[in-house]
Ligand binder design. Structure first.
Ligand code: ATP
Ligand code: MG
Length: 310
């Protein structure tokens, strides 16, 4: 196992950005398992506050302690860790029943993020669940790596586009609170005809040209990178959907996306999940093993997939 430097902060990867059932929880579990088997120290955080179920993918009972204890009784995060049964990897669950997740204040979230960064581990993988609630968006924005899991279906693609757009505008609003970005953006958009602004990309480009806020917007945009994993693909053509989404995000929002890889639809996956067993690709599924390796290594190296047409 790699030596841990006591000063180094954990690297946070968040898995989210899409509607229900795309495979976020499953992908979080296999990325974690891959890293742990490689000797990296990993902590999974199940921040799907309404429907925490990451623990069941490892066949373990719902942990008695959860993030509720952090928020309500100030329990340190390391007291909430439970074993996953996989060496080098433990889990914190986010089951917040007694605490309405709407009531978590922004300052409480910042405190949680600060404590997560200080966990004694190399990687923290956070499963944020579905939806566009501010808790989900803020966790996504907080991450060092923003991993979006998508399936090749129109509704899922539209849903992710809205999520990414909302997250981007929240990031800009937070960074430019002092300048009242919300008002500037609204007023500019209302006057879009005279300003010849055709879409959101046009709006962003226009705002980037304004004094004071222009440079900040540019900085925020270059910091907003999505790592895309396409899950449940059923044929070779599906693979290229990731590339079209990448160009859509650039064209309409001006953000960069790294298409890190894909995972095919395979019955053995849902079967193992239904049996509450950690998914381990076996000899007969070496393709699945390669797919997991490809996107996790790309994530580790900050690279993306090379697509060869034909
Ligand atoms: N590549 C795949 N092939 C076959 N089944 C898959 C694949 N990925 C995920 N699944 C199945 O899809 C279902 C949904 O997966 P998962 O719970 O990970 O989605 P999710 O995005 O976390 O959903 P939610 O938003 O509700 O939390 C599960 O039953 C899982 O077994
Ligand atoms: Mg889930």
């Amino acid at each position: 196992m790699e030596k841990l430097s006591s000063k180094k902060e954990a690297e946070i990867w968040v898995i989210g950005g899409s509607k229900g059932g795309t495979g976020k929880t499953f992908i979080a579990s296999i990325i974690g398992t891959y890293l742990a088997r490689k000797g990296k120290k990993v902590i999974l955080v199940d921040a799907d506050l309404g429907g925490a179920n990451l623990h069941s993918l490892f066949g373990i009972e719902r942990p008695k302690k959860s993030l509720t204890n952090f928020f309500e009784t100030k329990a340190p995060l390391n007291e909430l860790l439970v074993e996953t049964g996989i060496e080098n990897m433990s889990l914190i669950t986010g089951d917040i029943h007694s605490l309405a997740s709407d009531n978590i204040k922004y300052t409480q979230k910042l405190k949680l993020f600060r404590h997560i960064k200080k966990l004694n581990t190399q990687y923290v993988l956070i499963d944020v669940g579905a939806g566009t609630h501010n808790n989900v968006i803020d966790t996504f924005l907080f991450a060092d790596k923003k991993i979006a899991v998508l399936v090749p279906e129109l509704l899922a693609i539209e849903n992710m586009y809205h999520f990414v757009k909302n997250a981007l505008f929240r990031k800009l609003r937070m960074a430019l609170r002092a300048y009242d970005f919300k008002r500037i953006a609204h007023e500019t958009w209302a006057d879009r005809e005279t300003k010849k602004i055709r879409n959101l990309r046009g709006l962003i480009d226009y705002l980037m040209g304004l004094p004071d806020i222009g440079d900040i917007i540019q900085e925020e945009l270059s910091d907003f990178k999505i790592c895309l994993i396409l899950n449940k693909i059923r044929n070779k053509q599906d693979i290229f959907i990731g590339a079209s989404i990448k160009s859509t995000f650039t064209k309409y929002l001006g953000i960069s996306t790294q298409y890190v890889g894909f995972m095919e639809y395979d019955d053995s996956i849902w079967r193992s999940i239904r049996q509450r067993q950690p998914f381990m690709p076996n000899q007969s599924s070496s393709r699945l093993t390669k797919e997991i390796e490809l996107f996790t290594e790309n994530l580790l190296r900050g690279k993306e997939m090379r697509l060869l047409k034909g």
